[in-house]
Every structure is written in C-alpha cells, then in structure tokens.
Design a protein around this ligand. Structure first.
Ligand code: CR1
Length: 848
C-alpha cells in the first residue's frame, strides 16, 4: 500500500482515483448514501442544509484520501516540516473552496442539480469558520492555502473556538454583539481525533530534585490543574495538486483522572465545575484587533495551545529521531505575532528539564527552530504579561524567562559595557508599576529571524520599536516578507466571471495562472481593446448588482449599480480612519444641499460637481472600543438622514453593511469601483484587503502606508490615488498638535458644525469623537489629511465619469482597472510562502 501512493505521482491519475467528485454518477451515489446513513434521513425530506452536509461529506471523502496519502508520503520522506502557529485562522467557508481547489466544481454542480438542488443555495448553508478578527487571522488562512498549493509539508496549529468572532447587528444605528455559535450543526470539515489526548498542566509549584543519574540538581514542575488537549483536524487541499496539509485546532477537555480522596460527597458539585472550567478554555475567541487586554483566560489559552502543539511536534520528531541537534533540520516554527511566544519557553523547558540538555546547547536549538512575524507597531497591541500572573499560571516558565533574560542581558553588557540605559530598555522584564514580560522582546531573542509584513513596516520596526535589537543582533536578524492573498479564494471563488474572462484571454483553460499569478501581466496586451474593456466593465457591473442586492437585503437601502461604489470595509479603528471617510461624506452632503438650494438640478450637480455615488461601510468594532462604536453610530445616522432625503435622488447613498465577514467580503470586494485604505501613515503594517480589491479590478484611494506603497510600485502611480502626509512627517505633526494646538480646516469645521447642531442626532453622542480631534491633539492626523483626501476624490471622480457605458469611464477608468489586475502577480500568498520557505524556514516543496 505504501508503494502504491508514493509512486502514483501523476496528478491527472490521482484525480481519477478520487473519482467521486469527478464522476457524476458516483457523486450522486455517495451523496444519497451520506443522506441516508450520516444524516439518517431520506432524499424526500432533505433540505438545503441536509444537502450541504451530505455534499460536504461526499467531497470530504475525496479530500481525506489525498490527505492521508500526503501525510503518509511526508512521513516516509521525513523532510523538514513547517509549523505555523496562529491563534487565529479566519477560514470562511470550506466547501466551495474545496471544489475549486479539487477542480471539481462544475461536475459537482451538475450532480447536485440532478439531485434537485442548486449548488449556490447549498453553499449558502455553510456557516463561516470565523476564528479570527481581521487581517492577521485571514493572512493565516491564505497562508495555509498557499502552503498546500505550493506543495510544502506544513501544518497550521491553532484553537478550535466554539464561538468565533461575534455577530454584529445594527440596532437603531448602534452595534449590538451576539454570539457566533458556529458549530450548531456538526461540522463536516472537522475530523475529531479523540484518540489523541495531550495533558496540559497549569499552576502548581516548582521544586528541586537531586538527579542521581547526572549527579546534578534538577527542576521539577508539579502542575496543579490539568486540562486535556484533543485535536480537531481540518484538511487543507491545495489547488492543482493532491498535496493536502493539516490544520490542527485544539479543543480543551476535562481530565478523567479524579483524585477520589478529594472528591467526597460534598465536593461533587465543585468537581463538575472544575470540568466545565476546562472546556471554557477554548470556548471563545478574544474579539480585539490590534489591541491586547491582558486577561488571565487569554494567557491560559496561549499556554494551552502552545504546550499541546509542541508536545505534538516533538512526539512526531521523536518517532524517527534521537539527536536533538538535528531538530532544526526537521522543524521550523513560525510565530504569527507574539501570541505563541511561550512556545520558545516551552521548548527550552522540554529540552532542559525533560530531555536533560545543557542550557546553552538547548538555547541554540530553540533559536534555530523559531522565527517571529511582527504585525503592528502600535503600542496598545504589543503584549505584556504581568510577572505575577505568569508566575502563578506557569511557574517554571517564569523562571526560564528570567534565565533567558539573564543570559541575554549578560551578552548585551559584554557587547556594550556600561550602557545601563540600554540594558533596561531591552530587558525582557519591564520594571515598573506592574512588572511584566515583554513578549515581543522574548520573541526576538528566541528567534533566528524576525519579519515585518510590508517593506515600509519592516523598515519602521527596525528604526522604532526594535531599534535597540538591530544594534544588538545586527540587521541580519530582521527581514521583510510582504503579505499576500490567495488568488484561489479571492479571484476564482469570489469573482468567477472575471476569473473566467482572464483564463480565456490568457489562453489558460486550466486556470494555471492562479498558481502563477505573474501571468496576469499578459492582460496588458488588451488594454486598448475596446470590446475587451467593455466585457471587463460588464462583469464589474454584474458584480455591483450582486452587491446592491446584498445591501438591499441587509440594510433595506436601494443603491443604483450605476453609481460609483466607494467602499471601506475592515475593522473599525481610529488609526484606519473611517472617521475621515464619514466626515468627507458629510461634507459632500452639505455641499450637494447647498447646490440644490441654489437651484441646481440633480442632473446638473451630477454632471458638474458631484458624480452620483454610494459610500459603503462595513466592519466590526471590538465590544469594548468606545470610540470605534461612536464611528459606527455616526455612519448609520448619516445614512439615515441622507438616504431619506427626498431631494437628493441618486447623488448620494450611505450604507453600513452589518456583520462584515469573509463570505460577505467575497461579494463586496468584486463589486467595488473604489476602496479606501486611508490609515495614518506608518500605522497600518500592511493591509491585505487593498490587495483583494486591486486583484478584482477595484481602484484604491489610499495613504502612503503599508502595502499601498508596494502596490503603487507594481501597478504604477497613475493607477492608484494616493494622498496624505508621509510616515516621516507624523511625529512632527503630532508634536505640533500637542504644543501648538490643532488647526481645524474650514472644510472640516463645516462638518463639525453640522454634527454639533444636531443634524445627525444628539450631538452629545459624537462629542468625544470630535473632541479627540479638536481638543485632544488629533493623534491620527485627521485634520492634516482631510483636504488632501477631498482633493484626491475630486480628481479621481473626474476619471470615473458617469460609470458603466460612459465614454469617459471606458477610456479613463476601466484601463486602470485592467492594469491594476495585470500587475498584481506579486501579491499572491504563494510568493510569500516561497519567500518564507527560502529565507526563513529553509525548506523546499515536496512534490507528491
Ligand atoms: C495589521 O494591522 C496586516 C495584518 C496581517 C495586522 C494589518 O495591517 O495586514 O496584521 N496586525 O499582517 C495585527 O493584527 C496584532 O496585529
């Protein structure tokens, strides 16, 4: 059996072996069998939900064959494996993606049709796997797709939260959160591995024990509370390959070992409570994006996940290896942000305390194994854990952290003698009111590479937050890997018509460009072909109609697909500056009203002043983020006024699409003419939705920040609308605001006056937002960039013309759209993964 799978490397052959998804009759047979035996129903009372489950199970059968073969071949090959540790994997739906990656969508659509269902309706039944907040979690999801598609041996490790990111409702214009119990129905895409049970200990104490073997004292950690980690595995099929990696998400379960002496009758209730406490560990995802709150349960989640994952990784290593020096030739672990930093400490503990290695030898191995990705420079997002808390929860780990710090500072002192200031600046332990562990510093010290996620960001971390570490370790430890996105989900799945047009134009019926995204460049050949431009624009129009339908369904507002769709969807954050956008919308509204009052008609205004447009917003605010919630409320009250203004017609609509998530993004992004990526320069590490919009032919209005910079370089500055102050001016401007006061531009003052006079509801409701700008030094520089933003709009709207069918539009706008797409090849997450593989992990693809 081993030889069979190892030798049949021909992809086409493999495809046919898994024939259920490639053969309609077999698929229908399998579907019916799943309805009858898994769901215990019959075909006559099978609804769309049942059909989704049966179809998923039938597809899964095929995926599992590839998955088992892949794992077996990787085991036989025994090469280096990559482990991507991320506390968030924002996967979205699995079924459509599996069909696309297996190249089985058409056949399955037909088979499902024959059974009396409609594939699109069936796909709609799947709940999003929303185990992440925003960019960081979605990046991890794109990366696992690319690691499979590029044939790497790579596992993802995370937590299987019972509740994903909350669902957002908008009630009376306010965000209301409700729980996302996404596992209401059994999840056909997860395979529970109940046979694997890994104990993870917490609390307790450390004692010293005289080891008779070595004649040396040895530290022993006696845990006080035990939780069992049980994996749920999610197969990750690659595109155009049978390589199918594993995403392993842990569940916390109570231990079955009772200490009966303690559990007398009276304690029974308590013993049940303790069991429930175990399961609470993996029940909820913390809903903060770019913000850390330092809750004990969060630290417990982190240690639980890290301990279980490392135990698993080491167990796998030990099956074939004894020599610890070889560990870093077999294992690369990538830390997605500092959330898994305790893995560094845990591995050092395993090597020293459990395997008996000498400290320095162990530490060298640890550093070779780990690498760390930083995703933000914002101080409120940098993790710091109080020493007291760490010491209570994982006492031995705190000792090890102190020891790591001791040796590290000793090296620093040797290199820079007498620089006491430097020592206290770089110490892993922050002295102060609350003594705490600086997780980013620990991650840097314990890794051989640290990367940022876009060029500008990677330069910034070297000159700001990690400056001293560049001095200590040299610039070689720091590198850049610009983020990317998977074109399978974000082009082929989200925008099937555009993907098809591209495949035709590139003469690529098998969509090979989806794994060779640089091939898009050939689209440049058609930029003067009017028929092609028209076809391109028709597809955009069709996508806008779909988006208009979503808007109607979720907000009740009707938007005309002919108008400019001006979109900002992302987490709500002051640094992302949705406030700048809504202020500009208010400004536009006030000026349209003025022109109407002067007697101009809607038509005249559209032709001479303000083209018709819809401002479309979406995004969640962290439940405790007061200012972000005010911004959501303002957007909604502005919408309420504008959308109900009888005079204004098509000139302006303002909508807030509730509950922005991956599945909605798949509809919103292809339907955009223009999207906003307008963070204060230097604050957005990369952004990834900017890439998704550009890949779908939407143009960008943006600041010179994050990956906008590289997008501009790739697609050309005439195809993107940049504005605003640069990162290097930010400090100076802030300083000026602080010491000389904030100057509100006239344009913004008009907007503030309108808000203050109650045009959009009670002014008190928005006071702290306006005050943060006018009285509290406008940290995010809204006042400095507002007029530049308005100007950029004016300029770009001329090129948009009156939308689809308008000659200006076809001449000026659509070619920019084509040129953007043609030059987005660089932003495939396949390219990112190849860069990580070559420069950080030192692994090569394994062609299965
Ligand atoms: C950044 O804010 C970036 C993603 C993925 C976010 C965003 O600009 O695209 O990471 N950072 O790299 C983050 O979540 C905790 O930090």
């Amino acid at each position: 059996p081993l030889n069979h799978s190892v030798n049949s490397t021909n992809y086409e052959e493999k495809k046919m072996e898994n024939s259920a998804v490639y053969n309609k009759d077999k698929f229908e047979e399998s579907f019916v069998r799943h309805v009858e035996s898994d769901l215990a129903r019959n075909m006559f009372n099978c609804d769309d939900l049942g059909a989704y489950q049966a179809a998923s199970n039938a597809i899964r059968d095929s995926v599992l064959v590839d998955w088992a073969n892949t794992q077996q071949q990787q085991t036989i090959h025994d090469g280096k494996r990559v482990y991507y540790l991320s506390l968030e994997f924002l996967m979205g739906r699995a079924m459509d993606n599996a069909l696309i990656n297996l190249d089985a969508r058409d056949q399955v659509a037909e088979a499902i049709g024959n059974l009396g269902f409609n594939l699109e309706d069936v796909l709609e039944q799947e709940p999003d796997a929303a185990l992440g907040n925003g960019g960081l979690g979605r990046l991890a999801a794109c990366f696992v797709d690319s690691m499979s598609s590029r044939n790497y041996s790579a596992w993802g490790y995370g937590l299987n939260y019972q509740y994903g990111i909350f669902k957002q409702e908008i009630i009376d214009g306010y965000q209301v959160e409700t729980p996302d119990y996404w596992l209401k129905y059994s999840n056909p895409w997860e395979v529970m591995r109940s046979e694997i049970q890994i104990p993870v200990d917490f609390y307790g104490y450390v004692y010293e024990h005289y080891d008779t073997n070595t004649g040396k004292p040895k530290k022993i950690w006696q845990g006080g509370e035990r939780v069992i980690a049980v994996p749920a595995d999610f197969p990750i099929p690659g595109f155009n390959t049978t390589n199918t990696n594993n995403l392993r998400l842990w569940n916390a379960k109570p231990t079955m070992e009772f200490d009966f002496s303690k559990f007398n009758n009276g304690d029974y209730q308590q013993s049940v409570a303790a069991q429930q406490r175990a399961e609470a560990l993996t029940s909820v995802l913390y809903p903060n994006d770019n913000f850390e709150k330092g809750k004990e349960l969060r630290l417990r989640q982190q240690y639980f996940w890290v301990a279980a994952s490392l135990h698993d990784i080491i167990r796998r290593y030990k099956k074939n290896h004894k020599d610890w020096d070889n560990l870093s030739n077999q294992v690369a672990i990538q830390l997605n942000d500092t959330h898994p930093t305790l893995a560094i400490v845990e591995l050092q503990r395993i090597l020293v305390d459990l395997e008996g290695l000498e400290w320095n030898a162990a530490w060298k191995i640890v550093q070779r194994v780990f690498a760390y990705t930083n995703h933000t420079v914002m101080t409120e997002a940098l993790e710091k854990w109080p020493v007291d808390l760490v010491g209570r929860l994982i006492p031995r780990h705190l000792e090890i952290i102190y020891e790591i710090n001791y040796f590290f500072l000793k090296d620093v002192e040797a290199k820079f003698p007498g620089d006491r200031d430097l020592l206290s600046r770089v110490s892993i332990i922050e002295e102060g009111q609350v003594k705490s562990v600086r997780m980013a510093y620990l991650a840097i010290v314990g890794s051989h590479k640290v990367n940022g996620v876009a060029e500008l960001h990677s330069e910034l971390i070297k000159t700001t937050i990690f400056k001293d570490f560049v001095k200590i370790f040299g610039p070689e430890r720091f590198t850049n890997v610009t983020n990317g996105i998977t074109p399978r989900r974000w082009l082929r799945q989200a925008n099937p018509k555009l993907a098809k047009l591209i495949s035709e134009k590139l003469n690529d019926p098998k969509y090979e460009y989806l794994t060779h995204l640089g091939n898009l460049k050939k689209l440049e050949n058609f930029v003067n072909d009017e028929a092609f431009l028209k076809e391109w624009d028709d597809i955009k129009f069709d996508n806008k109609r779909k988006l208009a339908a979503l808007i109607k369904e979720t907000t009740g507002v009707e938007v005309d697909p002919n108008v400019l769709f001006d979109i900002q969807v992302k987490r709500i954050h002051e640094y992302k500056r949705q406030q700048l956008n809504i202020f500009a919308v208010i400004y536009r509204y006030l000026h349209i009203k003025k022109l109407l009052a002067e007697g101009l008609s809607v038509q005249e205004i559209a032709e001479k002043h303000y083209i018709p447009k819809a401002s479309i917003f979406g995004g969640k605010a962290a439940p405790g983020y007061y200012m972000a919630k005010i911004i959501i409320h303002l957007i909604n009250t502005v919408g309420e006024v504008v959308n109900n203004d009888p005079e204004i017609g098509n000139l302006l609509k303002v909508v807030f699409i509730p509950d922005y998530n991956v599945s909605k993004a798949e509809i919103i992004i292809p339907g955009s003419d223009l999207s906003n990526h307008i963070s204060t320069a230097g604050t957005e590490a990369s952004g990834t939705s900017n890439m998704k919009f550009a890949l779908n032919g939407g143009l960008i209005i943006g600041t010179v920040d994050g990956a906008n910079v590289e997008i501009t370089r790739e697609i050309g500055e005439e195809n993107i609308f940049l504005f605003g102050n640069l990162a290097e001016s930010v400090d100076e401007l802030r300083h000026k605001h602080y010491y000389e006061g904030v100057k509100i531009p006239e344009s913004m003052q008009e907007v503030f006056n309108a808000i203050d006079t109650g045009m959009f509801g009670l002014p008190e409701e928005f006071k702290s937002l306006l005050d943060s700008i006018r009285y509290h030094s406008d940290y995010y520089l809204a006042t400095d960039d507002f007029d530049l933003f308005l100007d950029a709009h004016k300029k770009l709207e001329k090129m948009f013309g009156l939308g689809s069918g308008d000659p200006t539009h076809l001449r000026e706008w659509v070619p920019k759209s084509v040129l953007s797409v043609a030059n987005m090849g660089f932003f495939s997450s396949d390219r990112c993964i190849d860069e990580y593989a070559e420069n950080i992990w030192d692994v090569e693809p394994l062609n299965v």
